[in-house]
Design a protein around this ligand. Structure first.
Ligand code: HEM
Ligand code: HEM
Length: 172
């Protein structure tokens, strides 16, 4: 028997992973202007949902220990996964927050699927600050993409090269 994450952890993991992967694709896939604008109308509220969900996920995680790691993992693998998971939690806050600060500096309200607007943050509206936030959001977003690739390669390595039921740990 393998030890598994709880159903709450699994639902949060996959709903947030879906929103993040969709958001990276929406922003980066080259598309004609009207399509890009439509996708960005989803990117902003998807990102705000990630921020909301990850606050819940972190609070929940503080009270619940993850299942024990498989004993066959090398100690460097255990440490690398701990670092990557910690960085994910930081980025899942910092990436959407940097987007929200940037859009507040641009005086551009974030519409949640046309239902309501997210309040704007009281931030500097100078050109220099807008440029800094734009750059930070891009760098943090691309760092997230790099970590997702590393994380998926790690999961696939354990599943198929080490031949252990690893992805099942995070699957209902
Ligand atoms: C944006 C995409 C993703 C993010 C941000 C993400 C984030 C995370 C985080 C933070 C954890 C650690 C949970 C904890 O202990 O608190 C985790 C675990 C896990 N994730 Fe992901 N994940 C993503 C996508 C994926 C994908 C596509 C796969 C499948 C290939 C996957 C497979 C797993 C597995 C198997 C674990 C358990 C790892 C272990 O037991 O050490 N994840 N993920
Ligand atoms: C999990 C959440 C998010 C992720 C992973 C993410 C990721 C990204 C990435 C990878 C890019 C493209 C960078 C590049 O072109 O090099 C981008 C662009 C952008 N993001 Fe986000 N983002 C998120 C949330 C947000 C939020 C909450 C906002 C605003 C409230 C936002 C606003 C923008 C804008 C305006 C762009 C520029 C798009 C364009 O070039 O037309 N993002 N984001």
């Amino acid at each position: 028997m393998i030890s598994k994450y709880s159903i709450t952890a699994i639902i949060l993991h996959w709903s947030i992973a879906f929103l993040i992967i969709a958001n990276i694709a929406f922003a980066m896939i080259p598309a004609p202007k009207p399509i890009h604008e439509f996708l960005m109308d989803l990117h902003l509220p998807f990102g705000m949902l990630v921020l909301l969900l990850v606050i819940g996920r972190i609070l929940w995680r503080l009270g619940h220990r993850p299942p024990a790691k498989p004993e066959t993992l090398a100690s460097w693998e255990v440490w690398l996964s701990r670092i990557v998971h910690f960085l994910f939690y930081a980025l899942m806050i910092l990436v959407p927050l940097s987007g929200w600060v940037w859009m507040s500096a641009e005086n551009y309200p974030v519409s949640m699927f046309g239902l309501f607007e997210v309040p704007m943050l009281p931030v500097d509206q100078s050109k220099a600050f807008k440029e800094v936030m734009h750059e930070r959001h891009e760098v943090l977003g691309l760092t997230t993409l790099g970590l997702v690739l590393l994380h998926v390669i790690g999961a696939l390595k354990h599943q198929y090269l080490d031949r252990m039921p690893f992805i099942q740990r995070m699957w209902p």
